[in-house]
Structures are given as C-alpha cells and as structure tokens.
Design a protein. Sequence first.
Length: 447
Amino acid sequence: MLFQGSETIELKEVVVDDIKKEIIAFANCDGGKLYIGIRDDGTVVGLDNADSVSLQISNMVRDAIKPDVTMFLHYETIVENGKNVVAVDIQRGTDRPYYLASKGMRPEGVYVRQGYSSVPATDTAIRRMIKETDGDRFEAMRSLNQDLTFEETQKEFVLRKIEFGPQQMRTLKLIDQDGLYSNLALLLSDQCVHTIKVAVFQGTDQTIFKDRREFNGSLMQQMNEVYDFIDFRNQTRATIEKLYRTDVRDYPEIAVREALLNLLVHRDYAFSSSALISIYADRIEFVSIGGLMPGIDLEDVMVGISVCRNQDLANVFYRLHLIEAYGTGMGKIMQAYEGMQEKPAIETTKNTFKIILPNVNAKHETENRTASRSGTQHTISIEKKLGDEEEKILEYVRTYGSITKNDVVGLLEVSASTAARVIRKMVKGNLLEQNGRARNTHYTITE
C-alpha cells in the first residue's frame, strides 16, 4: 500500500503532541485517517507495541479534547511490509467545534484541515460550526467564552431565595450535557458583551445631550442599574387642592419596569449592537434590537399573543418572579396608562421593536411654564425621587452642614471613584453645591 499525506490523510512516525491537533482538525471538517508508524515520505517504520500506542492516543484524546470526540474515533492495527501500523479513523463529529481543553473554544484551540495541514480556525469558522451543530437559537449555542463568572446573577437568586448551583444551571440550560456554558450563560455572566445605552436629552429631540451612559455586565446588573438610572429621573408632580395632595410620577413605574424587561427578554442577541433607551422631556423610548418574530403581527402582540425569541432567558426571568407569564407585558403597560389622555405607542421595523412611554406630566409642565409667564399662580410642585445613596448624603449634610468626598466614601462604604461619581451626579442634578477648591472642597445643599 502506498502512503501519502493529503487533506484526509496524516502520517506520523511516532506519537507526538501534535496528533491532538490533527484529530481535532479531522473531526471539525470531513473526517480523515491518521497513520502512526509511517514517516512523512511514506516509509513504513512500524511500531514495537501497537496496542500501547492505541491506548496512549485514546487517553490523550479523552483528556485533552473537548467535547468528547472518542465515539468518532476507530483504532485498527494493520500490517505493512511485516510491520505494525496503527490506523486511526476519525469521523466528522456532531458537536463541532472540537478544541484543545487547555486553550478553549478560541482560534488557538480549534483546528481545521487546510490542504495537507491542520491550522487554527478563524472566529468566523468557529461561529459557523457552532451554528451548524447547535441550531439558530442564539441562547442555546455554546459560548465562545467559557471563562465565566456569575456574581451579579448569584446575588439576584440569593435575593429571591432561589438556589443557583451547578444542578440549577443545568436545569436552566446555562450548562449543556458536556459541561459547557451556553450563550444564555454568557448573557447572565459578569462577562456579558451586550450593553444598553441610555441617553437623556433636553427637550423633545436629540439636539442637546444632558446625560448619557452605557451599561454593561450581567443582564441582571444591567436590569437593576438601568432601572435605577431611569427611576432617579422619573419625577413626581404633586398637585395640592385644598387639603388634598395627589402625587403623579412622570412615568408609571409598572410601565417602565415592563418596558425594560421586554427589552431584555425579547432582544435579538445575535446582533452585537446595543439596545437603546432615550429619555426626552415628553417621553421615554425603549428600542430593542430584533423585530417581531415571523408570523406575528403587532396586533397579535397587543392582544397578548407572544412568541418568545429567547425562551430559556424568559424562563430564568420567570423563575426569578420578574415576569409572570408570556404575553402579559404589553397589557400591563397599557393598563398603567388607563384613564390617562396619553397612551403608550409601539413601533416596529424589520430589526427593531420600540416602546414609547409618554410623560403624563409633560403637558402640566408646559401649562406651568406658560402660566408663570402670564403671572398666574398654580399649586404645582415638582419633586425628584431620590435613591438611597442620595438620601443618605442629604441627611448627612442636613445634620453636619456640609460633606466631603472622603465623608461620602465612609458614609456609603464605596470607593473614592464611586463617591466622586455620586457627588457629580448630585451636583449636576442641583441637589448639592460645590464650595472651595482642591483639598478644601466640600458640598452643601443647593439653596
């Protein structure tokens, strides 16, 4: 028999570490044969103990290659010119991409066959293999990043008194049968690469920015931080008529909550673009990447029919009691505006889904400004709902007259950079006033 290397044949004189790369490359492509005991030029040198070589390769493959590829390998000892040669037949695997466990599912760990050689796969080739074997559902695919941590998600589960261990992660489909993290795990991990961009504008268009932030980290962290960001700016209009006072927030809290959860749960994470939230004087717009699912119209959504793009992610939110059932979010948003003149609006394109929440106090603000110019007196006041941090700082200033950055560090038990950020936000929001310079800088309540 004439032996010659090719796209599907690899020759090795003895067992070397590179054999793992050859096996991975064959399993990731169209399969092939690996002959041990034959030089590159086709000369048969044979093996002293073929059975020992087969066992050595089997152990090497089992320990060093992930996912398990052993079922796609067949070992055979053949005799050529009176010498023993081990032939390893490698079939195309069904759990591609296969990779070196020590390198992970990255180009330096994933190999493919290119001509007569085994070479590192590109990121594009790795993603294509994942899609081919895992299907089109993003959340069900294996994550390219397998070095994940879950501190923020763990906090959310602990807060709701729900266990979050390896068994629960498998049940929730964060981990597959091979012990690998899915893209769902990536979304809930501290290493999540998807972000939400939030911008605050002056007036009703995008001419002037007042504030902007990009939120990253676990979806649980983004959910909490984005809600707090919006909630801080969700002002309360207090109307006093005789002895009665009525408080109305700019945006019903339940509507903000449901719109944010909709953005997180129904977003198409196959796109890398950030989700967008824009806060104007008269409305908030939540723009989620990914249009309506095929076969679903906007009218279907409005009557409660829901086809969930991310079923496993929705199940996690359901387990955490963040959502009650599929399809109820839009109804809750509409109910929150029941009896009000302003109504939420939904707009869709091929690749986006937008929820627009009107500011129910915007018209009163306009009336108030008009009345002030004409000299008419109104009993309307606007109050800002403060977070716990701001309340603590203001209470401290009321007690001691002023506060410094170091005081905030000790009061809130945060880092100096976090203290500086909170102070800047309060100064920008006209809650605090800066006094002094450099080391003498201190802050008092704005008059």
